[in-house]
Design a protein around this ligand. Structure first.
Ligand code: PMP
Length: 295
């Protein structure tokens, strides 16, 4: 489909509401928060726990307030801004279809999509170029769309027309074909996953062994293997040090390491296209930088 991850934030409640009154949302960061906000236009949204900022973890599942009457239970598999990933498994479904936003970790790791009703993501992180949106829908959920659902967002229209209801993003599809072949050539998804574990493990290792010079606020059980977010100079971060770190990184040809403005600090996005060797360049710079700033 087209419309990106953001398009699906609307398409999901439009397509899945059926005769349900509400949907349940797991809000663990910026993207699930945006998804819930958009969904409110089309369905009653209930959050399974009250989200609290800063987002650093996934609250204990035993304490979630959920409902088997919900149309679906929504979660974001990897919160790109905060670096929080559901690992290694999806949340409990509580007997309703799970809906997963895999925009930033699809094809970065194997998934078990048991109990899932919809899995979606923009292709631009690990699967190609912006403009193509991957949407996998369980067949029994097709045909429950609201009357106002735009045809381009209708799963029923899309499946009836073999994903060709309107002109598809052909350039993006072509690129994705190349990326899939590239993944195969690298040994497939398991090999990519192992590499991603190695890459993120290298950076988290430096953070954990830095005596607090580098600080990752995310609960260790939910640390993302794609987006490693950290502060420099202690938990609160020292913005001068961070600016100096980014400047030195740029001099070493590493750009876009600045954290999202809502969280600050540094974010190393280790998508599939980033090699282990490139990650090692970052690791070397982190070690050098710490050394230069240690008394
Ligand atoms: N969900 C997640 C997890 C994302 O990372 C993003 C984009 N960074 C989106 C949704 C929004 O996707 P798009 O920009 O394709 O609308």
């Amino acid at each position: 489909m087209q419309g990106g991850g953001t398009g699906q934030f609307a398409a999901i409640p439009l397509n899945l509401k059926g005769s349900h009154d509400h949907a349940d949302y797991i809000v663990t960061g910026a993207w699930s928060s945006k998804a819930a906000e958009e969904a409110e236009k089309y369905i009653k949204v209930k959050k399974v726990f009250q989200p609290s900022k800063p987002y650093v973890t996934v609250p204990d599942q035993d304490k979630w307030v959920h409902d088997e009457k919900a149309a679906y239970l929504y979660y974001c598999a990897n919160e790109t801004v905060q670096g929080i990933e559901f690992t290694p498994t999806a949340p409990e479904s509580h007997n309703v279809p799970l809906v997963a936003d895999v925009s930033s970790n699809f094809m970065a790791r194997p998934f078990d999509f048991k109990d899932h009703g919809v899995v979606f993501g923009g292709a631009q992180k690990n699967l190609g170029a912006a403009g193509l949106t991957i949407v996998i829908v369980r067949k029994d959920l097709i045909g429950k769309q609201q009357a106002i659902t735009p045809a381009v967002f209708s799963y029923k229209e899309m499946i009836a027309n073999n994903s060709l209801y309107n002109t598809p993003p052909t350039g993006g599809i072509y690129t994705t074909n190349l990326v899939l072949k590239w993944i195969k050539s690298k040994g497939g998804l398991q090999a990519i996953y192992e590499l991603n574990l190695q890459k993120s493990g290298l950076i988290y290792g430096i953070i954990d062994n830095s005596n607090g010079f580098y600080h990752c606020a995310v609960d260790k059980s939910y640390r993302s293997i794609m987006n490693v977010c950290f502060r420099i100079g202690g938990a609160a971060g020292n913005e001068d040090l961070e600016a100096e770190f980014l400047k030195g990184a740029a001099e070493r040809n590493m750009i876009s390491l600045k954290g999202h403005r809502s969280v600050g600090g540094i974010r190393a996005s280790l998508y599939n296209a980033i090699t282990l060797e490139e990650t090692q360049v970052l690791a070397t710079w982190m070690n050098e930088f710490q050394k230069a700033h240690s008394a």
